[in-house]
Design a protein around this ligand. Structure first.
Ligand code: BES
Ligand code: ZN
Length: 881
């Protein structure tokens, strides 16, 4: 295990590699405990590097068996070797072949990085620095090589042998073994290497590219699960077509494979031609997967496929450039889902996620820029900031340059950097060059952490028929960055007249504002609009054009007007959320001050109007009726947070909505119910979403007829979405029906681990004091496993990340339990342990008692000897050390 003593890596220290690798020939002989790897590397001095240099290769827990140069074994004095490094101080200063033989134990690999076993399947995970656990190698993304992989294995244990590229040979060997040879003609960094061996079945299909090439598509699963791949396969074909139509990108090999495994640290991995997926993001059936599962599968299949161009054909020069592939590819998968489903609903869902995860990260001790300048452990930088804010930064280019200008920049990027390892500067330069724009100031989005705050003050002058907007921006301090430069903020606005129509946006110099985009560049600036005959209502940051916090102090009447009339659906939703948030914040203060709670008739009226608006999509209405989450309210309060008070205030609001809108909710529930057979498409999913939001609100008062309705829905559902939603509603009410339904659910689905995960999560999220004991006892349940990341995240991850009141219990027992789990897990799987520990990312904003418990738990973790580099990095940054 890589332990804490490592030195930080800095962006400014980047140097090109001294040695390049032209070709890699791997010969891997699979064995459960002693897998032998022979590597033949064609090394060449890098013409871009300086003086003659030693060959220094990375390793991680490797055992060297043999070493030779051009076929000559190396004598011991010509190299030094440790498990994590191989150095040849005086190599020939010319191209040569380096032969390396190592042996690894896949069964003992509990980190799930390098070669490991998931069940009986052999598989690999190399991003970011896992290839060095297979052989000694310059394991950095700017070393791109052409790989040929020969795999051999016992034929009954592993009848299927896969690696990147195309199959070039295969056959039987002595002793019941067999082999396969794969060749990938595209040079790639080591992190995109993959191999798989196992007893797998495949579901096969084909895709014909726009230029008429036929591509074979294969999804490999455990035998018996073939019937659950149809949606993933369909999503893949839609993603391939979409990338051709929207970005002009075709697939480039004759074969595209996806392998599913049950033990996987992340969601999925984009290895060239051989994506490896957590089975949770492939397998889906009506009875076992929810609408949300189907949407995730579609998005993740697309995301990994899109990496073929944004990540694989053009890769990252170094890991500081991670957002170059991840932020851009998230943007691409968001756009794909928007085109396949409903754009406004997708935008609302994405902004909810961005605020819940990225804004929270940005406001705490783990805040970092989209492109960090330093890291201790790169695994810890696959964050909401790199991914979600990284995608927002690309989206802002789209807003600034317009659709065509954006496409010109992308086309130039593909043309200029194909086959190479690039930087964020390279990427941005393409947009600047293709549009003749100076994007120097825009680069601050990559280097400055923190969520900018934009303050808008409006003054209307009836005599001059003019509206003056004073707009100020500020970026708060974050760890290591006390003061900040102003950002370029594409701030899309609308001025709405009393009749609900947008007024023309004409500046006082006569220039019309294109697409409503005000480009903010200064700490404070003034915009004056002329020809405004009436005081307009302001619609700000439309479609969430920039990832900022807007402070505008709009009146309740204006917010209700926006909720009802804005032509921008995102801001209709936002107006409701703003009304609800200010009510909730007031009421949390009232509860803590033992004062009376406020009611907001305006909010209720806005919700009633949205419920009754026949022009709105059901999924949108469902989003509008979903109140801000407990963590969102906590973040908006920002300090001295009492999660119990937040929970109560939110319950009170849901009860008020339930009481006041009862008939409409009931009527909507009935109208959205369907007797049609289940289909996972967006329109029917939207109707189910609205129906289930109504059900949950109806039950918020714990009224018996609503509980009975939920129980009835649970029992009669013909799909997992409705069954799970009903169970989630029941789970919030401590009544005998709940225990019976929870029991029943397990009995129905006990043979399906992915469904049992839903059962673990649901119980871990119950906002009651009994939950911690329940979670503890579930860790002893036969279906639980400490070593399977999906089980662990389903139970303990859900408790830590998605149960605000119980993780942050006032007695500190929630914090202590999660800290204990992190310490135990760190010995086995540091990457997953570090992710779990990041649940403490908001600990500093808690009220004093809880804050003290969180600090004690973190300090206890920090004090442990021999922590992994992953956990040590998170705990020391969390404590601000
Ligand atoms: N390249 C990543 C997978 C990865 C992440 C490997 C961290 C190693 C370390 C992949 O493309 C990815 O981003 N996967 C996401 C899902 C995606 C839809 C955002 C994941 O695994 O969560
Ligand atoms: Zn990715």
């Amino acid at each position: 295990m890589r332990t804490e003593d490592a030195r930080p890596v800095r962006l400014k220290d980047y140097r090109p590699p001294d040695w390049l690798v032209e070709t890699v020939e791997l010969d891997v002989s699979l064995d459960p405990v002693a897998t032998r790897v022979r590597a033949k590397l064609k090394l060449t001095p890098n013409p871009r590097a300086g003086a003659p240099a030693p060959v220094v290769l990375d390793g991680d827990e490797l055992n060297l068996l043999a070493l030779a140069i051009d076929g000559e074994p190396l004598t011991a004095e010509r190299y030094t070797v440790t498990p994590d490094n191989l150095t040849i101080p005086q190599p020939p200063q010319r191209p040569f072949l380096l032969h390396i033989e190592t042996v690894v134990d896949p069964s003992a690999n509990t980190q799930l990085i390098g070669i490991y076993r998931s069940g009986n399947t052999y598989c690999t995970q190399c991003e970011a620095e896992g290839f060095r656990r297979i052989t000694y190698f310059p394991d950095r993304p700017d070393v791109m090589a052409v790989y040929t992989t020969r795999i051999e294995a016992d034929k009954t244990e592993a009848p299927v042998l896969l690696a990147n590229g195309n199959l070039t040979a295969s056959g039987d060997l002595a002793d019941g073994r067999h082999f396969a040879v794969w060749h990938d003609p595209y040079p790639k960094p080591s992190y995109l290497f993959a191999l798989v061996g196992g007893n797998l079945s495949s579901v096969d299909d084909r895709f014909v590219t726009l230029s008429g090439r036929e591509v074979a598509l294969r999804i490999y699963v455990e035998p018996g699960k073939e019937g659950r791949c149809a949606y993933a396969m369909d999503s893949l074909k839609r993603a391939m077509r979409w990338d051709e139509e929207v970005f002009g990108r075709e697939y480039d090999l004759d074969l595209f494979m996806i392998v599913t495994v049950a033990d996987f640290n992340m969601g999925a991995m984009e290895n060239k031609g051989l994506n490896i997926f957590n089975d949770k993001y492939v397998l889906a059936g009506t009875e076992t997967a929810t609408d949300a599962d189907f949407a995730h599968i579609e998005a993740i299949i697309a995301h990994e496929y899109f990496h073929n161009w944004t990540g694989n054909r053009i890769t990252c020069r170094d890991w500081f450039q991670l957002c170059l592939k991840e932020g851009l590819t998230v943007f691409r998968d968001q756009e794909f889902s928007s085109d396949q489903r409903s754009r406004p609903v997708k935008r609302i869902a994405d902004v909810r996620l961005l605020r819940a995860q990225q804004f929270t990260e940005d406001a705490g001790p783990l805040a970092h820029p989209v492109r960090p300048a330093v890291y201790n452990e790169i695994n810890n930088f696959y964050t909401a900031t790199v991914y979600e804010k990284g995608a927002e930064v690309v989206r802002m280019l789209n807003v600034l340059l317009g659709r065509q200008g954006f496409r010109r920049g992308m086309d130039l990027y593909f043309a200029r950097h194909d086959g190479r390892a690039a930087t964020v500067e390279d990427f941005i330069q393409c947009f600047a060059d293709a549009n003749e724009r100076d994007l120097t100031q825009f680069m601050h989005w990559y280097s400055q952490a923190g969520t900018p705050e934009v303050t808008v003050t409006a003054a209307y002058d009836a005599k001059a028929r003019a509206l003056r907007l004073d707009v100020a921006q500020a970026v708060p301090p974050t760890p290591g960055q006390a003061s900040k430069e102003p950002m370029v903020i594409p701030f899309v606005i609308g001025l709405i007249g009393r009749d609900g129509h947008d007024l023309p946006l004409v500046r006082d110099d006569g220039a019309e504002v294109e697409r409503g985009v005000l480009v903010l560049t200064k700490p404070a600036e003034r915009f004056t609009f002329s020809g405004i005959g009436q005081p307009p209502v302001l619609s700000l940051n439309r479609a969430f054009s920039a990832p900022v916090k807007v402070v505008a102090n709009q009146s309740s009447a204006d917010l209700r007007f926006l909720a009802a009339r804005d032509s921008d659906p995102f801001n209709r939703w936002q107006a409701v959320q703003t009304l609800a948030t200010s009510l909730l914040i007031d009421n949390v203060a009232a509860l803590r001050g033992k004062r009376e709670l406020r009611h907001d008739e305006g909010l209720i009226a806005a919700l009633a109007a949205i419920l009754a608006d026949p022009a709105l999509e059901p999924a949108f209405i469902g989003q509008a009726l979903t109140m801000p989450g407990e963590a969102d309210i906590a973040r908006d309060i920002g300090h001295d947070v009492d999660p119990d008070a937040i929970f109560v205030a939110r319950c009170e609001l849901r009860e008020a909505i339930s009481e006041r809108l009862h008939p409409a909710l009931h009527d909507t529930y009935r109208r959205m119910s369907s007797r049609e057979p289940y289909r996972p498409d967006a329109a029917s999913a939207g109707r189910r979403a609205l129906k289930n939001v109504c059900l949950d609100l109806l039950a918020a008062t714990a009224e018996s007829s609503a509980i009975a309705l939920a129980l009835h829905q649970y029992e009669t559902a013909d799909n997992m979405t409705d069954r799970m939603a009903a169970l989630a509603t029941l789970s919030l009410h401590e009544r005998p029906e709940r225990a019976e339904a929870i029991e029943d659910f397990y009995r129905r689905f006990e043979t399906d681990p992915l469904v049992v995960d839903k059962w673990f999560s649901l119980q871990a999220m119950i906002p009651e004091p009994g939950t911690l004991a329940r979670v503890r006892s579930l860790t002893a349940h036969p279906a639980f496993s400490f070593t399977n990341p999906n089980r662990l995240r389903a139970l303990i991850g859900a408790f830590a990340h998605a149960n605000q009141s119980q993780f942050n219990r006032a007695d500190g027992a929630g914090h202590a339990f999660v800290a204990d789990t992190v310490l135990a897990l760190d010995q086995k799987n540091p990457q997953v342990a570090a992710r779990l520990l990041s649940a403490f990312k908001s600990w500093r904003m808690l009220e004093a008692t809880r804050r003290a418990h969180a600090e004690a738990a973190l300090k206890r973790v920090a004090a442990r000897e021999g922590l992994s580099r992953d956990v040590n990095d998170i705990v020391s940054r969390s404590l601000g050390a």
